[in-house]
Design a protein around this ligand. Structure first.
Ligand SMILES: *Cc1c(COP(=O)(O)O)cnc(C)c1O
Length: 432
């Protein structure tokens, strides 16, 4: 499509957008009486208007029924988590029995590594990406330290990062595959962020998963920036396990519950270690208070505790919204609006002499989701501040990168045009 950087053209794209009305289904922070232009749905998604009713339902049931709510409310609390299996499985490309919701992301990765990182003296290495999200780095470092002494391997050799090439910001796909081959039969685990939080780069999860398996390793994914953003087929790709938070693209609210995936092939494997609790126990027999653990055959066999229903409620609201629209339509709009934003940035780079942008996110739509990370060469944090003061919510990462996520659910093409105009003014004002 031949884009134009005009309000009229942007409005035309909005008029043709069958998801445009969803913008009204979310609450926006206000700036001078108007909705802000919200680009940080990759950090905290906006609140759907319907969410409150899901929370109120639990609050009312609790007030009116108290303990009886576990079994007799309209949405009983004791198996509330099972309502997610079907809709969430469609979002990540899994069987319903392969997905669950519990805890928070880093906790779930730790719990999953109890099962899926079982190092030996000869096979103990973990491949991850250079500069992984800090929580993932700490998680891997402490998992390694936890095992190293008992098993007897050198912890400083255990974590192998796939590096960026000199002067580059994205990681080459072939470098990941080469590193997997190089580590070979010492490789216990590959654990990478499916979409890089800083650059927005999407990894080829299918090929990397296969390459890890070819070396006899387990392959898991941190899908924090992938869930609700990109197309995935975790089951068909034979991914061993994965986990994601729900407060980014999945709009479930601050710090909220995490989703996780365990491939069917592991469901009945009795040799996998796990840290169990009563909610992972055989559903029919859960309340018989039996002494020996008999796990549910499925991802929910990894459940531990009684459910935090008040935090699952907003996530359920969101998952049902995603299913009402379908990932296909969200991804189609995502591709178009991200390309339009890219175009607007390129036009402003041409129009304004002082502008010098470098979009570090890959330009190919198979290698990116809903995020453009932009290097603002020659511009300091004042530009970010200018944007915030003028109703554009973005985020700033050192040294001078802004990340822009034009979330298809609630951003419009006119927002992209409007943002471009504000950015242009900001650069001119800042360069004086
Ligand atoms: C956001 C994010 C996290 C956050 O983890 P929490 O346990 O939810 O705080 C972890 N890893 C990655 C890659 C992330 O993007």
């Amino acid at each position: 499509m031949n884009f134009q950087n005009t309000r009229e053209f942007a409005k035309k794209l909005d008029a043709n957008d069958e998801l445009a009305h969803y913008k009204n289904e979310f609450y926006f922070p206000q700036h001078n009486g108007k909705d802000v232009i919200y680009f940080t749905g990759n950090s905290l998604g906006l609140q759907p208007k319907i969410t409150k009713s899901y929370v109120d339902e639990i609050m009312n049931d609790w007030a009116n029924m108290a303990v009886e709510g576990h079994f007799y409310s309209d949405k009983p609390w004791w198996d509330y988590h099972e309502r997610f299996c079907e809709p969430l499985s469609k979002i990540v490309g899994a069987l319903p029995s392969e997905v669950g919701v519990m805890n928070t992301l880093t906790i779930n990765l730790h719990l999953l590594l109890v099962s899926f990182y079982q190092p030996t003296t000869t096979r103990f290495k973990i491949i991850c990406e250079e500069k992984a999200f800090p929580s993932d780095q700490y998680m891997l470092q402490t998992q390694v330290a936890f095992h190293a002494k008992n098993i007897g391997f050198n912890p400083s050799e255990a974590i192998v990062e796939v590096k960026r090439r000199e002067g580059e910001l994205n990681i080459h796909h072939e470098d990941v595959l080469a590193k997997i081959k190089e580590v070979g039969d010492e490789l216990a685990l590959v654990l990478i962020g499916g979409v890089n939080y800083y650059t927005g780069q999407v990894f080829d999860m299918q090929a990397i998963t296969k390459a890890g398996h070819d070396q006899g390793a387990i392959v898991g994914w941190d899908l924090a920036h992938a869930a609700g953003n990109i197309e995935m087929h975790l089951h068909d790709w034979q991914v061993d396990f994965a986990a994601w938070c729900s407060y980014k693209y999945m709009n479930s609210g601050p710090g909220n519950a995490s989703g996780f995936f365990v491939h069917e092939k592991h469901h009945t494997n009795k040799n996998l270690a796990r840290f169990a609790g009563w909610y992972g126990h055989n559903k029919e027999r859960r309340f018989l208070m039996e002494p020996s653990f008999d796990p549910v055959q499925g991802a929910n066999g990894w459940q531990v505790s009684n459910l935090p229903v008040l935090s699952l409620a907003p996530y359920l609201a969101s998952v049902e919204m995603f299913n009402a629209v379908g990932m296909d339509k969200l991804i189609a709009k995502r591709n178009l609006i991200t390309s339009y934003l890219e175009f607007v940035l390129q036009e402003i780079d041409k129009e304004v002499e002082q502008a010098n942008f470098e979009i570090i996110t890959p330009s190919n739509s198979t290698e990116r989701g809903c995020q453009l990370s932009v290097y603002l060469h020659g511009q300091g944090k004042e530009l970010f501040n200018y944007l915030m003061q003028n109703g554009v919510v973005t985020d700033w990462r050192e040294p001078n990168v802004i990340r822009l996520a034009p979330v298809p659910f609630y951003t419009s093409f006119e927002d992209m045009y409007e943002f471009g105009q504000i950015l242009k003014k900001g650069i001119i004002v800042n360069s004086k």
